[in-house]
Design a protein around this ligand. Structure first.
Ligand code: F2R
Ligand code: MG
Ligand code: MG
Length: 312
């Protein structure tokens, strides 16, 4: 891949992530949302404010851009203590961005001085299985050079807030899928079975392998958003949202706007599922395929351009 294509795909990944979050947020928990409702948001003229998904993805992108380590040594590339503090400080500066209940308590405790390993088990002793690690993880796909490195970076970036295996599996799934999407030519047809087979080895869990089977079946059945949500879930848990984002992308490969609309029409945790689908679709198709009017209105457009160039 030449430098221009790489920057184009890095921009697609980060802007897709932010656009899905911003377009999805107004529809969270709403039923009966239509394509026309979403297109109206896409074509409006006001600024598109983001939520916790983009806020924390920007923190991770900045962390990765500043470290410039060697991705073969993820323990040097992602500094756990520093990243936990950076996430918590970002929450503290803007706690109104729609954070989850458990992570809000963790961040407050970290800001007050509790070590992060203790803070993240304060509400859920077994750890959070929320999708907060997966929603922000896509930038690691720009740094790791193979699936193993990407998975290791995904785990490290997630474990500072989420200790539950399913949260870690969700982040690894989203990160490796984004890495695979980056590696495909934009005009190359995406075969769902082959794509999912590239992700499977990174997530060796019976629950997740079953979800992968369902995703491929649902692509073959040309499932609609309601059928997809009923089969895979659409909630704030990692297993109940990451597979739906993967399906939203695979059902609409080559058309990022359609992938995000599919995710939003599936209902539930719309900002996060559309954000993860947007990152996958943007990484595959590139920045130029995102709706121009909407990306120019993103609140964080300047930072997204900056980090895309650094990380590409
Ligand atoms: N939280 C939301 N949206 C709903 C509320 C928005 C806000 N209050 C408002 O109205 O403005 N969105 C954001 O949260 C999700 C990411 O969550 P994250 O970062 O994983 O947080 P947390 O708190 O760790 O987990 C989220 C919820 O999952 C349930 N949960 C997690 N682990 C659990 C466990 N071990 N046992 C039981 N329940 C568990 C809890 O309900 C947590 O609150 C994204 O959607 C982001 O957009
Ligand atoms: Mg959110
Ligand atoms: Mg959400």
């Amino acid at each position: 891949m030449d430098d221009t294509s790489r920057i184009e795909k890095a921009r697609g990944l980060l802007f897709g992530l932010a656009l899905g979050d911003c377009l999805g947020a107004p529809f969270e928990g709403k039923v009966g949302v239509t394509d026309a409702d979403i297109v109206a948001k896409e074509n409006a003229t006001d600024t598109l404010p983001h939520t916790d998904d983009t806020a924390l993805a920007l923190v991770l992108a900045r962390h990765l851009a500043q470290r410039r380590g060697d991705a073969r040594e993820p323990e040097k590339f992602v500094d756990l203590d520093l990243l936990a503090r950076e996430f918590a400080d970002t929450w503290h500066a803007e706690p109104w961005r729609g954070y989850g209940g458990g992570v809000t308590t963790s961040f407050r405790l970290i800001v007050e001085g509790t070590p992060w390993r203790e803070a993240i088990r304060a509400v859920y002793p077994e750890g959070s299985f929320g999708n907060g690690g997966a929603m922000r993880v896509a930038p690691v796909a720009l740094v790791g050079t193979d699936s193993g490195q990407v998975a290791a970076l995904a785990r490290r970036s997630t474990e500072v807030t989420h200790a539950h295996d399913d949260a870690l599996h969700g982040a690894v799934c989203q990160a490796v899928a984004t890495h695979v999407a980056l590696s495909l030519a934009p005009d190359e047809p995406v075969r769902a079975g082959d794509f999912v087979d590239s992700v499977r080895p990174a997530v060796p869990s019976p629950l997740w392998q079953d979800k992968f089977d369902r995703v491929v079946e649902l692509v073959e059945q040309r499932a609609d958003p309601a059928q997809a949500a009923a089969a895979l879930g659409n909630d704030v848990s990692a297993p109940g949202s990451v597979p739906l984002a993967l399906l939203s992308f695979l059902r609409n490969a080559g058309d990022p706007s359609a992938a995000m609309r599919f995710a939003i029409r599936a209902g539930g945790d719309t900002d996060t599922v559309a954000s993860m689908a947007g990152a996958l679709a943007g990484a595959h198709s590139g920045y130029a395929t995102l709706p121009r009017q909407a990306v120019s209105r993103l609140e964080a457009a300047a930072q997204l351009h900056l980090y895309a160039e650094h990380l590409a």
